[in-house]
Write a protein that binds this ligand. Structure first.
Ligand code: ARG
Length: 645
């Protein structure tokens, strides 16, 4: 029997996933009666429903005849062994129960071994090797310098870090890129704004906020300019008489200048901005140097926030790093392939968009419109940079897949540029993926004013700090309350973000997310800290687990509560696998809540302190394993598990 449990079947990794050993054992009960190979039987063994450990749906095997009869045959011929205890019939479905002693021993030993004695020295329980030898590029966060770091960037950051972690956990070679929005006309706007409103001082202390301030101010000027222009143009249009218009125009121009002067010198902001960006694209030294200062100072500031969030990147790239040459090549190739045409006036719904003078690619056949790939002044665009950037990355890294983490509002953009690459016949275009997500609604401070990411995180931290102070005895015990409070606050923000399906929008809810009760980040941290405290307290009382865990008598763990916990612990590797398939952190979050609830429900039945030593040790080991798995799950979600709070 042990030979079947270690048999090599594609996808089964009993050495990293104890459940696979049980699935193999269950599968071996099917091969004879159904006359199918082990491999096929194995694929049909599912995680149990309605309290069963594992279930099998016979119809999926398509055996001909009545599935109910086949199922009955399996159950009739079933003989228990050291792995599987019983098989029960429910029409064409079979529920299998595995041997509790075996389950407990296998699962806890595997957690222990893969946490404390891996070759790498890292905790690896839950990890697998499915991605071994494959390379993925993960692009996430990607804020726009000088614009706001908005809720969408926060989501991309959190989700991206999770996806990177999941790929690492499943054996992939992961390379992470922050693709900064550090190129484009907005930089012209910022440069013009900086001349008018900038301060060197403020740039050095907090570039991110300062440049954003400047950007907001110059945009206001530009808006004023536009409003005045529009109003005057409208006025002119009403002068239907052409001859009168001739006399009116010079007057109008003078009037326009006067008005604009009064409106905060906002004259020609856009023109100046466009010119500045053109200089940047032409490689004008002064313009590029100024831009680089903005970028460097902003990056320094961003890195502080990423550290705080426990998230990092191998590469800080950005739109600016896409070479002119690569973009020219793209334009040339698309031209040669007949993909490019001249832009025209287009009607999109009720709006008319004028694309005259631009170059577009026609993707209408795929319902992807006609994106502009080159502007009338020859400057490049977001999409052109993405097309060329992907080619550069492939040439450099030869990835097996590349994932872009960005909000659903950019679905169209990604579909367009993936299609363009596909039409250019790059075979790897099919490996590009857009991991999208919905919007966070109403992310603002508690008082309701829209503020920056730092404000939000500080507010979460302060609130948690106040909360902690309420329990004086505990508070005195926490080594670094500031950092702890910050971590709880971050956990609140992150768990709220990852608790739902990523495509769903959600309402940023301060009181719900910061609560220690209910399914929140603080609750998970609390559950972890409580498990740590059990180990501390028992150690103080002299109860220490043997380093040779085979000496722990796990047969004493007979309570249903213990089995529930063990079963959940055993299913963790499955949770990781599923997350790799779905790219959904919510599966992991839900799992951690279930585990925490199961542990919390067991405190009263699985008392450790004051028990006879052998029993106390068995129970303690169970809680230590639960802590290790909870900790692993939290790390996967980029949280730092707390030991005290
Ligand atoms: N900077 C962009 C934004 O804030 C996100 C970049 C997404 N990635 C990409 N390769 N286009 O909207």
């Amino acid at each position: 029997m042990a030979s079947t449990a270690t048999a090599s079947i594609p996808g089964a990794e009993p050495e990293t996933c104890a459940f696979d050993a049980f699935r193999l054992a269950v599968a071996s009960k099917l091969t004879g009666p159904l006359n199918i190979p082990l491999e096929k039987a194995y694929e049909g063994v599912d995680i149990g429903k309605k309290g069963a450990d594992f279930s099998v749906a016979i119809p999926r095997f398509r055996l001909g005849g009545k599935p109910d009869d086949w199922a009955k045959k399996v159950v009739d011929e079933f003989k228990p062994d050291q792995w599987v205890e019983s098989a029960t019939l429910d029409t064409a479905f079979i529920s299998f129960t595995v041997k509790t002693e075996k389950l407990v021993r296998k699962v806890l030993t595997q957690i222990h071994d893969r946490t404390y004695s891996t070759p790498s020295g890292n905790a690896e329980y839950g990890c697998n090797k499915s991605g071994n030898g494959k390379k993925v590029i993960m692009e996430y966060s990607s804020p726009n310098i000088a614009k706001e770091f908005h809720a969408g960037h926060l989501r991309s950051t959190i989700l991206g870090a999770f996806l990177a972690n999941i790929h690492r956990a499943t054996g992939w070679d992961v390379m992470t890129i922050n693709y900064l929005g550090d190129w484009g006309t907005q930089f012209g706007l910022v440069a013009v704004g900086f001349e008018r409103y900038g301060s060197e001082e403020a740039l050095k202390t907090d570039a991110v906020h300062h440049l954003y301030d400047v950007y907001v101010k110059i945009n206001k000027d530009a808006d004023t300019e536009k409003a005045v222009n529009d109003a005057l143009r409208e006025f002119l249009k009403r002068m239907k008489d052409g001859t009168r218009a001739a006399t009116v125009i010079p007057k109008w121009k003078r009037l326009r200048d006067l008005v604009l002067e009064r409106y905060n010198e906002s004259y020609a902001v856009y023109d100046a901005a466009r010119q500045f960006f053109k200089r940047m694209e032409d490689g004008d030294e002064a313009a590029v140097a100024q831009w680089k200062r903005f970028r460097d100072f902003s990056l320094e500031r961003y890195k502080q926030s990423y550290d705080r969030l426990n998230i990092d990147f191998d590469i800080y790239g950005g739109e600016s790093t896409v070479s002119q040459k690569a973009m020219q090549n793209v334009m040339q190739k698309m031209n040669e392939m007949g993909m490019v045409e001249e832009g025209k006036k287009e009607k999109v719904g009720k709006r008319v968009i004028n694309k005259e003078g631009t170059l577009v690619i026609n993707l209408e056949k795929w319902k992807l419109g006609k994106p502009v790939v080159e502007k009338s002044d020859g400057t490049s665009l977001y999409i052109t940079r993405d097309i060329a950037g992907a080619i550069e990355r492939y040439e450099k890294y030869h990835f097996d897949k590349m994932i872009y983490v960005a909000g659903a509002p950019q679905d169209m953009h990604f579909a367009q540029f993936f299609k363009a690459l596909d039409l250019m016949n790059f075979p790897w275009a099919k490996t590009l993926e857009h991991a999208n997500f919905g919007t966070i609604l109403g992310m603002s401070s508690r008082k309701g004013t829209a503020v920056s990411l730092d404000h939000i995180l500080n507010e979460a931290q302060d609130t948690m700090h106040e909360q902690m102070k309420k329990n004086e005895a505990k508070y005195a015990n926490v080594d670094d309350p500031e950092t702890t409070a910050d971590e709880i606050g971050l956990s609140a923000v992150k768990i709220q973000d990852m608790a739902g399906k990523r495509i769903n929008n959600y309402e940023f809810n301060w009181s719900r997310m910061l609560s220690f009760e209910g399914d929140t980040g603080p609750y998970l941290q609390y559950a972890h800290a409580r498990l740590c405290s059990v180990q501390r307290k028992t150690a103080q009382a002299g109860l220490i687990l043997p380093s040779d865990v085979s000496k722990i008598n796990t047969d004493l763990l007979i309570e249903p509560g213990a089995r529930t916990i063990v079963y959940l612990l055993g299913s963790y590797p499955d949770v990781v696998r599923t997350a790799l398939k779905t790219y959904e952190p919510s599966g992991v979050v839900t799992y951690l809540f279930r585990l925490s609830h199961a542990v919390s429900a067991a405190w009263e039945t699985l008392v450790v302190m004051g028990q006879e030593e052998e029993l106390a040790k068995a129970r303690l080991w169970l809680f230590v394993c639960a802590r290790d798995v909870l900790g692993a799950g939290l790390r996967l979600l980029s949280l730092r598990p707390l030991e005290k709070m």
